[in-house]
Write a protein that binds this ligand. Structure first.
Ligand code: SAM
Length: 281
């Protein structure tokens, strides 16, 4: 069991007291003050993230996409303990990929599920026939593996080739909370890496895609549809894309997420309307 930093305990106690008194600004300040003294306080980051994006969190949205789309095949890159995998419906065939899952991630899956203990790069280099991806493609995918920009981009490019008609692809951790947790180096327990760069990259280079980012805790969920398995736009330009996007600093992404990420509303009826129009229904 991990032990909390004493500063984290104290800050969270103060935070809860201010929140109970309806003093949201003071609650936020006490969390920020604690982080100014110690940069790695994961519980404080989580509390700040929930304050920033109130309402449904990303797990709510995963469950919502499953219920709304009832996908035939669901692909998840990065499954860890299987908490997000468990949200798939019993009727959905589940494909999970992770080189280092924790425990048995399939334990709580309710339908047919397969787990591939390997990196997404190894998985896509030789897609196993029994995954069902080669034959019919995925209807819903969730990319939540290696959070370096280049890895997320590779996952997107490789996964898009297996998108069924009308498929939806979700990208996790695309709206960084602050600069310290959005770097390429993994220095804090709460960490989004520079996965966020995939959004400006896709918005600029793939205007054919429909893209929106849900401002949901802890750090956003980007929804992509209109996928084109035959597209070579990204594949053919990888070195140039790396050169352009890898060096981007996180400052603007943190300070002005609306302009960079095309934020939608953290609201199911809004999302249902967006999806209807994005998928031309
Ligand atoms: C944030 S966790 C996933 C959490 C899970 N999706 C959830 O919501 O409960 C990230 C996972 O990605 C996995 N991972 C790291 N590098 C990977 C790679 N190259 N390919 C696939 N998975 C990777 C890690 O082992 C870790 O379990």
């Amino acid at each position: 069991m991990s032990v909390r930093h004493p500063l984290e305990e104290k800050a969270l106690r103060q935070f809860r007291r201010f929140m109970a008194q309806g003093q949201t600004a003071a609650a936020r300040d006490c969390l920020r003050d604690a982080l100014a003294r110690e940069a790695n306080l994961p519980g404080v980051h989580v509390a700040l993230a929930r304050l920033r994006w109130p309402g449904p969190d990303y797990r709510f949205w995963l469950a919502w996409f499953h219920a709304h789309l009832a996908p035939g095949l669901y692909l998840e890159i990065g499954v860890e303990k299987g908490e997000s995998l468990a949200l798939a419906l019993p009727s959905t065939r589940v494909v999970g990929v992770d080189p280092a899952p924790i425990g048995d991630p399939l334990q709580r899956c309710r339908g047919v599920a397969r787990m591939y203990h390997r990196t997404s790069a190894a998985f896509f280099a030789a897609v196993p026939e029994d995954s069902g991806l080669e034959s019919g493609g995925f209807d819903l995918a969730f990319i939540d593996g290696d959070h370096h920009f280049e890895a997320v981009l590779d996952d997107f490019v490789a996964a898009e080739r297996y998108a069924a008609a009308g498929a939806v692809l979700l990208l996790h951790d695309t709206v960084p909370l602050d600069c310290a947790t959005a770097t390429r180096e993994h220095r804090t327990g709460f960490y989004t890496g520079d996965a966020w760069k995939i959004v400006p990259c896709l918005r600029s280079l793939r205007p054919d895609l429909q893209i929106v980012t849900l401002p949901t805790a802890p750090t956003g969920l980007t929804v992509v549809t209109g996928l084109d398995p035959s597209s070579r736009v990204l594949r053919d330009r990888l070195p140039l894309i790396h050169q352009t996007y890898a060096p981007l600093p996180p400052d603007q992404a943190v300070a002005a997420p609306d302009s960079m990420f095309s934020l939608g509303l953290n609201d199911p009826s809004w999302m249902a309307g967006w999806l209807r129009s994005a998928r031309g229904q």
